[in-house]
Design a protein around this ligand. Structure first.
Ligand code: NAD
Length: 480
């Protein structure tokens, strides 16, 4: 069975302990590879390799760094089929989604930051003939990058690319639930000629590898994407060490549908925003609020569309909902469906696990589920489920729906459907979330900063902000 390896100092090596644990294919519920069970000894080796590489990488001209990172992007494109297949097998997501979203975006992340550094600039402020103030930005040193399982290569590269482009060396940890594409990326980095030690990828669990990264005294900057509870733990460790922190955390996003929406578009896109990637996207609209005058007709159309989604083998081209990423997560989602019923919810469609046939019989599948009849403040409507489960309820006024939408501890994303221009902007400005989509979902220019409000995160990723995040800023004033 294939054993993954850590990528340290430019080489693929086994974990120091020699220990491994199982990697599951969620479509079959079977072990298909072995993951290094790394620990602080491996992180220490990676830090040493990164320290050795930093003096040269940090002064490598931007044009040279750019060439190497563009080469990595090219190699991702050249290996799209293999990477998409690996990601689908590792994660359970439809292969088609991995091919059109995850892997192209991973290459785009590298290309965006590789070319971004060629055009980035810093400010200068002239005080007439008295003085000039100018800003210098230097790479910080070793960046720790920790990512989750839902969009494995996409989110991993979104951290690594700006960190490397800014001239830092990186010690990175992909999720132990979906490590395969990060492993394949390490092979591509070797092919691309990335100098040894510039990027180090350590596989293993959060408590062993993740915490060794966040608590390491020589890693002064941490970029983390994952659950709010883990973010809390990382802050507890890293904040007293005065590390620079970026935290991208959970969401419980409202999807608000006004009566004057483009009905067909709102139904179609809401199916995507609810159930893409099995609902395992932090930006999914999992709480739907529909204006009462169209509530019944919208629910009818939405339920009918959702019933048509094919749940099945992630590798089949017509599959729209694949397998849930792990047994533990599958059980968590099912427990929330039970909770919703206990809280008085009525299941309009789905609501159960699915037992598929043949090789898929051991896989973890759940029907796309729509639940109505719940109060806005019950646990089902307040806690992140992160699966193919949405709630739906009517509202009568803007004020009322804003109260529902803003009632959770999260503030990641919101969606509004209306053709009333004034209302769209008015409601968008009052929603407590880092991103608001009006009449669309998941559309984003990479130059736009990204991040959440409230307990959905601290700091912003994306755009040139990410290049700034991975640098330390010095402001110099020179008297003329
Ligand atoms: P998670 O928090 O369990 O794990 C994320 C990563 O942190 C993994 O690599 C894990 O090994 C590591 N980790 C776990 N414990 C750690 C510790 N003590 N110290 C350091 N690292 C540790 O999250 P997950 O289950 O992998 O991902 C799902 C969550 O991620 C959801 O809450 C989702 O909303 C969130 N998410 C947020 C965004 C965003 O941009 N805001 C994007 C994707 C996913």
């Amino acid at each position: 069975m294939k054993k993954l390896m850590n990528y340290i100092g430019g080489e693929l090596i086994a974990p120091q302990s020699g220990n491994y644990f199982d990697n599951y294919n969620p479509a079959f519920g079977e072990v298909y590879s072995q993951i290094p069970d790394s620990d602080s000894a491996d992180v220490e080796l990676a830090v040493k390799a990164a320290e050795k590489a930093f003096p040269a990488w940090s002064v490598t001209p931007a044009s040279e760094r750019s060439k190497i990172l563009v080469k990595i992007a090219d190699l991702i494109d050249d290996n799209l089929e293999q990477l998409a297949l690996a990601e689908s097998i590792d994660n359970g997501k439809p292969l088609k989604l991995a091919k059109i979203v995850d892997i192209p975006r991973a290459s785009h992340n590298f290309r965006f930051y590789a070319t971004g550094i060629l055009h980035n600039h810093t400010a200068a402020h002239a005080m007439e003939d008295t003085a000039i103030n100018y800003t210098l930005r230097h790479p910080i040193g070793i960046a720790g990058c920790i990512s989750p399982w839902n969009l494995p290569l996409y989110l991993f590269t979104w951290k690594i690319a700006p960190a490397l482009a800014s001239g830092n060396c990186v010690v990175a940890k992909p999720s132990e639930i979906t490590p395969m594409t990060a492993f394949l990326l390490s092979e591509l980095c070797i092919k691309a000629g990335l100098p040894a030690g510039v990027l180090n990828i350590i596989h293993g669990t959060g408590p062993k590898v993740g915490s060794a990264i966040t608590s390491h005294k020589d890693i002064p900057v941490i970029s983390f994407t994952g659950g709010t509870k883990t973010g809390e733990e990382i802050s507890r460790v890293a904040a007293p060490m005065f590390k620079k922190l970026s935290l991208e955390l959970g969401g419980k996003n409202p999807n608000i549908i006004f009566a004057d929406c483009d009905f067909a578009d709102a139904v179609k896109t809401s199916v995507h925003s609810a159930f893409s990637n099995q609902g395992e996207i932090c930006l999914c609209g999992s709480r739907m609020f529909v204006e009462r005058s169209i509530y019944d007709s919208f629910v009818r159309a939405f339920v009918e569309s959702v019933k048509g989604l094919k749940v099945g083998d992630p590798l089949e081209p017509d599959t729209r909902v694949g397998a849930i990423v792990s047994k533990q997560h599958y059980e968590k989602i099912l427990s929330y469906i039970s909770l919703a019923k206990e809280e008085g919810g009525r299941v309009l469609c789905g609501g159960s696990k699915i037992q598929l046939d043949g090789k898929l019989s051991g896989g973890w599948y759940i029907e796309p589920t729509i639940i109505e009849g719940l109060s806005y403040n019950c646990r089902t409507n307040q806690e992140e489920i992160f699966g193919p489960v949405v709630t739906i309820m009517p509202f009568d006024s803007e004020e009322e729906v804003l109260g529902y939408a803003n009632s959770t501890r999260y503030g990641l994303a919101s969606i509004i459907w209306t053709q009333n221009l004034k209302r769209a902007h008015r409601v968008a400005s009052k929603l407590h979330s880092g991103i608001v989509w009006i009449n669309c979902w998941l559309l984003r220019d990479l130059r736009t900063p990204f991040g959440g409000m409230k307990q959905s995160g601290v700091g912003r990723e994306g755009g040139f902000e990410a290049l700034d995040f991975f640098t330390e800023e010095k402001n110099i004033c020179v008297k003329l």
